[in-house]
Design a protein. Structure first.
Length: 332
């Protein structure tokens, strides 16, 4: 890429993309939370709205249509600009983070289960309650297996594309903070877990939080790609609905994907111990220095650590050195 083609940061966005101001972003986030949570209280408060929420299409238009319209009108497409970027690194990062944080999630769930067993053994019985989402899909499981990928795409566009991606597009250096709170928000809007599982709802909420955190890490470490987290999100949900048809196959697919991801994460961690490749002298960067994704060009952002290992290097075209100046003319 020529230097003239660099995406230069601007006051509006981290990579030259006009974004709505912070107040517009906050308004879009607030409308998103209200729209998603409205299904749990508006039909009870306003009986005239019950037909809208009872109809599957009407419910989807409110729960997902309002957030999409809000972000389009108030923020714009800017945070979604790199949704298809770097597919190969995105796939590696997708397997890596999905596998690693899914395994971590299993450990957290087991630890919480032990704590509940010690402090309040009777509370564990709440986990035996049927999942409302699976109950509603029991009449047509195959439809919901396929539709999971649509829901996965829509939710990733909203939560990782706009809610989290806004901060990457603005050029934040505190992406971890935004990854945490947006993942907590993603988990929190699934209010039916709290309604269904009551005192033990921290167990499923911790799973949702770590799942959202994995998807946020994929977006950040792949340079903005949304396709891979959307596919992983869809596959994760699809295997849950597949348990209605064949639990053995569903469990095998889910744990197979987790184990493959865990293996990728292990290999990645071992490779990350090596020093990142040196940048050739005079190499032309593929991103402007202040671009939030400039680490893709250099192989790292700051010094690599356990939480910030170097990326797989992306080839950078070398620039031939300038010729030496001609020798001075002889005296006389």
């Amino acid at each position: 890429m020529e230097v003239s083609q660099l995406e230069t940061p601007s006051p509006e966005g981290g990579y030259g993309t006009a974004l709505g101001g912070l107040e517009r972003y906050v308004a879009a986030v607030a409308l998103t939370v209200f729209a998603i949570l409205s299904q749990y209280f508006l039909p009870q408060l306003i009986p005239a709205l019950r037909p809208v929420y009872r109809d599957a299409l009407g419910d989807l238009l409110v729960v997902y249509g309002v957030p999409i319209a809000s972000f389009l009108g108030l923020v714009g497409f800017g945070p979604l600009r790199r949704a298809f970027a770097h597919p190969v690194p995105a796939l590696v990062q997708g397997l890596r983070w999905y596998g690693a944080l899914s395994i971590l999630s299993l450990g957290v769930v087991l630890a919480l289960a032990v704590i509940y067993q010690v402090l309040d053994p009777g509370a564990i019985r709440f986990l035996e309650r049927p999942n409302p989402a699976l109950q509603s899909a029991a009449s047509d499981p195959w439809f919901w297996v396929a539709f999971s990928f649509v829901i996965g795409l829509v939710e990733e566009v909203i939560f990782r594309g706009w809610v989290f991606g806004y901060w990457l597009a603005k050029g934040t250096r505190s992406w971890e903070v935004h990854a945490v709170w947006t993942s907590a928000m993603f988990a929190g809007v699934h209010a039916y877990y709290g309604i269904t599982y009551g005192p033990v709802s921290p167990i499923p909420y911790s799973e949702l939080f770590l799942l959202g955190l994995a998807f946020a890490c994929i977006v950040r470490y792949s340079g903005g790609n949304l396709v891979v987290p959307a596919l992983l999100h869809g596959a994760h949900d699809a295997t849950a609905f597949l348990t209605l048809l064949n639990p053995e196959v569903a469990n095998a697919l889910q744990w197979g994907l987790i184990l493959i991801g865990g293996l990728v994460a292990l290999v990645y961690a071992l490779l990350s111990r090596e020093a990142p490749p040196a940048i050739p002298a005079g190499a032309a960067p593929r991103f402007a220095p202040d671009d939030p994704y400039s680490f893709l060009a250099t192989g790292r952002m700051g010094e690599p650590t356990a939480l910030n290992p170097p990326m797989f290097p992306i080839p950078i075209p070398s620039v031939p050195p300038e010729p030496p100046p001609p020798p001075p003319p002889p005296p006389g």
